[in-house]
Design a protein around this ligand. Structure first.
Ligand code: VGL
Ligand code: ZN
Length: 204
């Protein structure tokens, strides 16, 4: 499968049961992702990697409730419980995740801006460099999985399609947060962007 890369989004302790921003059944993605991992010669992991004073944390906005939305200078921003703080156990990959990747890309490390997508920060214009890396490695197609379906997987998949990659999201190797209908909206937006949807069984 030369030319295809597996992109594993944010399979970190804080997004798994018991974590600070736990996604229901988040750890259920680990086994299917490990199984998929063997199929792809090029693997990229992303890691949400925030400083403690990150502007996406509700605690850093006086009186703000977690899961409320504010208008940041770059657009709407959900305020989250503090999560994936650099160097903490919550920011570490799930202990059973295969981490023998070609590239681990960290995102969300600037206090003033969040980064859901593996390709751009939430201003939708500051690149992470991943597109250039993949193109230089001869990759034209991406298979995306991980956490959370409706935030970081969604933004990454939509950006991938916009950037001209053939993007496929593996529905049963993802789990969503589902905030006010965000999961259904995510699948709809991905479909409109031309993102394909597959199951693990179809890809193994
Ligand atoms: C994510 C919310 C905040 C994700 C990251 O990985 O989907 N969601 N930070
Ligand atoms: Zn985050």
């Amino acid at each position: 499968m030369t030319g295809t890369a597996l992109i594993v989004i944010d399979v970190q302790n804080d997004f798994c049961p018991g974590g600070a921003l736990a996604v229901r059944d988040g750890d259920a993605v680990v086994s299917p992702i490990n199984a998929l991992s063997a199929q792809y010669p090029l693997r990229v992991l992303t890691q949400d990697w925030h400083p403690a004073d990150h502007s996406s944390f509700a605690d850093n906005h006086a009186g703000a409730a977690p899961f409320s939305t504010i208008e940041a200078d770059y657009g709407p921003q959900v305020l989250w419980p503090a999560h994936c703080v650099q160097g903490t156990p919550g920011a570490a990959f799930h202990e059973s995740l295969r981490t023998d990747a070609d590239l681990i890309i960290r995102k969300g490390f600037r206090a003033a801006i969040d980064s859901y997508s593996a390709f751009f920060e939430n201003d939708h214009e500051t690149p992470t460099g991943l597109a250039g890396y993949l193109r230089e490695r001869g990759v034209g197609a991406l298979v995306l999985c991980g956490l959370a379906t409706d935030f970081c997987v969604r933004f990454s998949a939509v950006d991938a399609a916009k950037l001209g990659f053939e993007a496929t999201v593996v529905e049963d190797a993802c789990r969503g947060i589902d905030l006010d209908g965000s999961l259904a909206a995510a699948w709809e937006e991905m479909r409109e962007a031309g993102v394909r949807r597959a199951t693990v069984a179809e890809l193994l």
